[in-house]
Design a protein around this ligand. Sequence first.
Ligand code: NDP
Ligand code: MG
Length: 382
Amino acid sequence: MKKIAILGSTGSIGTQTLSVVREQKDIQVVALTAGSNIGLLEAQMREFRPALVCVAEEKAAEELKVRTADLQVKVVSGMEGLTEAAVWPESEILVTAVVGMIGLRPTIAAIEAGKTIALANKETLVTAGHIIMPLAEKKNVPVLPVDSEHSAIFQSLQGAAGNPVHRILLTASGGPFRGWKKEDLGNVQVEDALKHPNWAMGKKITVDSSTMVNKGLEVMEARWLFGVDPSQIQVVVHPQSVIHSAVEFEDGAVIAQLGTPDMRLPIQYALYYPQRRRLSGKRLNLCVPGSLTFEEPDMETFPGLALAYRALEQGGSMPTVYNAANERAVALFLDRKIRYPEITELIEACMDQAGVIPEPGVEEILAAEREVYEYIQRKAFR
Ligand code: NDP
Ligand code: MG
């Protein structure tokens, strides 16, 4: 029995991880965490019987304790609790499926404790890749990608036999507004941005996909996971989402991973790596999409991607500024406090006013995040 802990078990990745666990039957879930959805968390506790659970607020933890008094389980809360779940002694693999920079401290603590990381929480790597990857190497801890593109790259590298990567071809669906022009985006409503053509995901990443900020974050994620220079990462818009990404080698050979858009595959691959297991669900029939198409990303209409390359080039704390500005801007957009184009405008404004701290430590990363939040607070509610 493999033993796993899941941070963010009530979300899109978290519930799909549990569906893999349910199907495979030889994984034991030892710790689960949620933000505030204690209804779903309680159901998961009753089904999977973890030894530890955590929720964000203490009050919700108290309520959950009462509701699950018949179970043998420790219920904790807050960042301390999230970290306790991340380092829970029994677990071997930590699935990081929380959304946002909140995953930073627990992920670092888990690596320190020697846990294998199945990483979905890209924001953590975007802000602290320079801390996480060397630490994982030092501790001899694998960081296995769950993000579908990065899993595809990782799978494509399995036959590399030590040959270096020449280029990464990072595919993007282009989102619901592919082909639109800048002036069309002014009236985009929350409901429009939450309609992704190919994937069903959490709200934040769905909005990120529509602005192409998700692809920007993924360029940064790929930079750290695969140790390549940003200039070696080419984003290719591929609306059918059949090719999940590819690697080009020195001789020009391109190796790709293809499949239906189903996150359970990369989740399962990370949980069982290097083993492949049977997975239920639809199989790829190449004759169904009929044709696969590719185009250059439109960085003028979607400046979020160009800003990501700029943040990477400036380096240090700038990816944190990019990420934190986006996290707050998306939350404001979902609350209908700002208009859609203001998401990337706010990211740019935050980057323009921020200084770069080279090689920031965890405290400096969190301070840079706070500064961005304060700046947006002042700017967005003038
Ligand atoms: P969801 O919003 O669906 O789920 C987020 C999870 O984090 C939920 O369990 C949520 O709990 C929990 N959470 C939210 N806020 C807090 C908080 N303040 N403290 C503790 N826990 C909290 O997100 P996704 O599953 O879509 O995404 C998770 C991560 O995976 C993101 O980093 C995303 O970029 C990445 N990813 C997702 C993909 C997808 O297909 N969904 C694909 C590739 C990457 P609650 O339910 O109680 O709010
Ligand atoms: Mg992805």
